[in-house]
Each structure stands twice: as C-alpha cells, then as structure tokens.
Design a protein around this ligand. Sequence first.
Ligand SMILES: [Zn+2]
Length: 663
Amino acid sequence: MRIVIAGLGLALLSACGQQEPPPPEPSAAAIEAGLPAPGTATAFTKQANADLAARLDLSLGSDGEDARRDRLAFIEDEAILNADGELVWSIPQFDFLDGDAPETVNPSLWRQSQLAAHHGLFKVSEGIYQVRGYDLSVMSVIEGDTGWILVDPLTATETAAASLKLVNDTLGERPVTGVLYTHSHADHFGGARGVISDEDVAAGVSVLAPIGFSENAVSENLIAGNQMSRRATLMFGNTLPRGVSTHVGSGLGPGLPNGTVSLLLPTEEIEGRGTVRVIDGVTFEFIDAAGTEAPAEFMFYLPEKRALCTAEVATATFHNVLTPRGAKVRDALKWSRVIDYVLAEYGERSDVVFASHHWPTWGQENVVDFLASQRDIYRYVHDQTLRNANAGATMVEAAEAVEEPAFQGADFTTRGYYGTLNHNAKAVYQHYFGWWGGVPAEYNRLPHEVTAARYVEAMGETERVLDIGRTAFESGDYRWAAEVFNHLVFAEPDNQEGRDWLSATYEQPGFQAESGAWRSYYLTGAAELRRGVPNVGDPNLGNADFLKVVPSLDLFDALAARYNPAKMKRDPFAIVFEFPDRDETISLLVETSVIVPRLGAIENAAATVTINRSDFDRLILREAAPLALVTSGRMKIDGKRSAVSAMFDSLDQPDFWFNTVTP
Ligand SMILES: [Zn+2]
C-alpha cells in the first residue's frame, strides 16, 4: 500500500532566511541598450527620494528619543543561534542603517528602519519593560509580585529565550508567572516554548489570549498556507541579504527571524470590553479588538501603572487593511472605531502607550495624539475610498484618488511603512465591492499568459516592445514600464533582455517605496527575475503543536482543498476515519469532483481507517510512514485499502517555490 501524505501547506512565516549566490550578469544586449547596473538608483529615483526628504522633517526627533529611551542592556553576542548552531538572528545585521539615507532607500523608510532596529532591553515605566530589535515583533515584560508576565513572546523560540535571558541577566532571575498573546499572528506567540513549557502551564502559569485565538492562530495558515507563505517570502524579503540596495527593514519591525515557531495553547481566552484579570498581583483590564488587525485580538490597560497596551491595533505605522502576503480583508471602519473607543475610555488615564511592535509613546497628551492619529488614518482611508467609489470610481481609480492627508506629514506613526494608502484603499474597495471594478471588459478577462503574447504582437513584436518599455523606463515612468516589460516576460519568459529590463524596472519603485513590504516585494521580484526562484529548500511546514489544534473536520477541509479530480479514476466512494483518542468519527465522501468531509459515520463505506488523531497528524507531517503505522498496529484499515490509497493519491502537493514574477 502506498499512501502519499505530504505537507499540509501549514507553512509558517519564518524559515528560508538562507541567502542566495550572486545572480548572473545581465545580458549583453540589455547593457548595450543602457540597462543600469543592478542596485543603482536612477536620476528619477534619486529625485523622488530627495523630494520626500525635502518635504518631511526626517530628523529622528522625539521618535528617536523614544526609541532609545532608557535602554538598560543589550545582547552582546554576535548572533542568536538555534540548538544546531545555525543562525536565527544576527545582532549586527542592521548596523549599516547609519547616517543619512542612501540613494537606493526611501529616506522615510530609512528613518523608520533606524528607529525599529534599536535593540536591547528598555524600561517603559515602573515595572514595565520591553525587549526590542531581536525579532519582527516586541516582547513586553511586566513585573508581577513574584515573577515576569510576558506579553507576546516573539516569533521564534530562540529569539524569545534570548530575550528572556537578557531580562533575567539584567533585572535579576525571576520565574515566568504569566504569558499573554495579544493576537493570533505567529510573531506574537511563536516563541512561547522558548519562555515556558507544558510543565509550567500544568503548574499553574496562566496563558491568556483573546477569544477565538486558538482557532484563528492556525486556520489563517492552514487552508491557504502555501500561497500565503510563498508571498510572505517576497513581502518580508526573507531571501534578500540585508543592505542598502536590498532589505532594510519591514516597516513593522526589523525582519523575521529564521527560527523555530511553536504554539502553546492558552489556558483562557478573554472576551469583551473591561474584562478584568489579576495575574501575579497585576490588574489587567482587557479590551476586545477582534476583527481589526487580526481576527482574534485584545488590547489591555494596566490601571495601577496608568499604562495602555495597544497590541498591534495601533503601532508606529499605518498597518495593512489587506496584507500583501494575502489574508482575509480587514475592516478599516471597525479598526478606527475600536481605537476611538480606547481613546475615549483610556486616553485621559494613560501616561504611556506601548504596543507589540515599535517603541512606546510617553506623556498623557502624546498618548491621546497618537491614538487620535491612528484612529483617523483608518477612518480616512475608509471614508475617502467610499466617497470616490460611490461617485463611480473603480478600485484602481479610488486608490489613485485617495491623497496623502495633512496629518500624515505631521505624525509619522500614520505613514505607510507597512500598509500604504494605495493598497489599503483597494482593500476597503474589496471589502465592500469585491475584486471587480464594474467594467464589463474586466469581468471575464483572459488569463495574462494568453493576453501577454497578444499584447506583444499588437505592440509590434519583441524589439518594439523593448523600445516602448525602455522609453518609459528612461522617462522615469516605471509603472508603465513594468506593465510593458511584464507583458514581454509573460509572453516570452526566456527572453533574458526582457527579464533584465523588468528586473531593473522593479528596482526603482522598490528604492522609492516608503513601505518596507512594497520595497521587499519589488526587490525580491527583481532578484527572482535575475536568478530564478530561490533554491533554499522547503520552509518549515509546521509541527505537531499546530496540527493538534486543528479540529478534525477543518483538517479534512484542508485536504479536500488539494483534491485533483483528474487523478481520481474510481467511482464515488466513502471512507470513514475513526480517531479513538478524540472519540471522533469523520466520513469522507469522495465524489467525482469534490471530497466532502462530514462528522459521523456513513453506511457502505469502502474502508474504515482506525488511527489515533495524534498518529494521523504525524502521518501528515511526514514524521511517521503509513506502512510502519500499519505494521505496528497503530493504523488499522478495514475494507478496501486501495480506496484509501486512491483518495490520498488524488491530493496535489503544491510546490512552495512557485513562480510569481514569471508565468
Ligand atoms: Zn505582529
């Protein structure tokens, strides 16, 4: 019996930080035609960056003081390593972020990256500390009566453990007496096993998370994980080196660590506004923020300390209403309303506001200003997109029409270092109207691989297309140049000259982008055009921590979403799965075109598979072989084994490193 069970697409947003060999030289024809050397800013890019620098006051100012304030210690080692001695986080990797912005970096993003890269243990206020600069996110540390209460233990167990060690070494060794996950994104819980264990939890350490956390921590990565994680490699620039013509920071934080992502389930999920819990003598007042930045999220207020934690709802950037890696679209209006609630309820009572990314804001008036600006940017993009859409704008038109509001020039925490006005306006449009702009010609478009060749033909064949593209490039019209060269690359993917020009074209908006996500997306795209998709092996496909949280029916839904009907040669049949350790029975109706999972048994099944869910998870994670499980009696198949094989053999296993910038 041969059963193919492979990774589930539970790929996480880490790993694959290995760097690539240098790409090949551009083609002689492109160099002959004036292609700039890779990594060079054109005169238009220099001008655009200089114009922004002239328009904004980019001195570090009070943000610089806040980002540096009260640093108590920092990690003096060269790097944070994993148990095998492999690099998880290099400490000096962002040391190049010094001085004025180079020509190849948007000066506002350069400033933000400098601020976000300050690393160490910082004091926030009496009994509140933060470890910043060793991960994409920030770990906050609150002093309880007997130990540390950790808020958001980073993305990776290694960075979390190193951060906790820094705390203990500096402030004195204390046990961890509580852990909070503010929301269901992996950069806020992935490092949990680096700071606490199952034994700690069994001994009474409470782990609190917002309502819906467990479900959403995994579901976002499960069914859609392969596409999402592949896109994340572009958005976070994981495969790019750090440097002035490559990755300088993600806008949300320095970057993703290349470490181990764990999931230790919460002991309690908190619901509602004003819900109070006392942890190790510290009073926490929780504010539910579900459906804003994450499907499950809370903020909290510490009344004894007059401190507000805004989690990732309000940080020092305009966030994503729809993240470029892909996720369900978020609700900008609800986001704005929740911030306004917190402002009205806690603004007057807070001397400091801190979050799970970036540095805190001190001073009661500054707290109010910060929250007001954050509230306004989400409402602004929401209301202005709708104003334009209701006047007849399509999605692209609406996004073009939403101009930078005056307050973005004054309060940099609202600037688009991560989300942008452009793509967030498109997200608002999508939230209300879907992907279609209402023009019939765009409703049933041909796929780009078909139209690309026709565009090239209509423009007058390859040489002419190169001419048109180069003319656009030379006049600094990179958006049009990208469209033209992109047609050529999709029509003729092996045309090296076309690829070189498209790559050069992607670099310039990358160098101009204020959003770290846009910069990484463009520059990784440019790199992939030059050297092909990365050849760094598959990323971490998840682990038992994650899989065991997934309800069995959802697990089968994820398998069903890989069903390739062309591979199924049998008439419809059913398989029953018995999971004795969960006392669960699930039937799979294997139809001609779909697989339908259903709770409960079904009569006349072709086969019944009896296996503990824990062993089934190991099978899916490729930690156990089907034959070994059968031989050892851990998996029993009654009925037609060939039906079980046929079902698993009909599931596609997607490649992780699929093409994005070529067909
Ligand atoms: Zn985060």
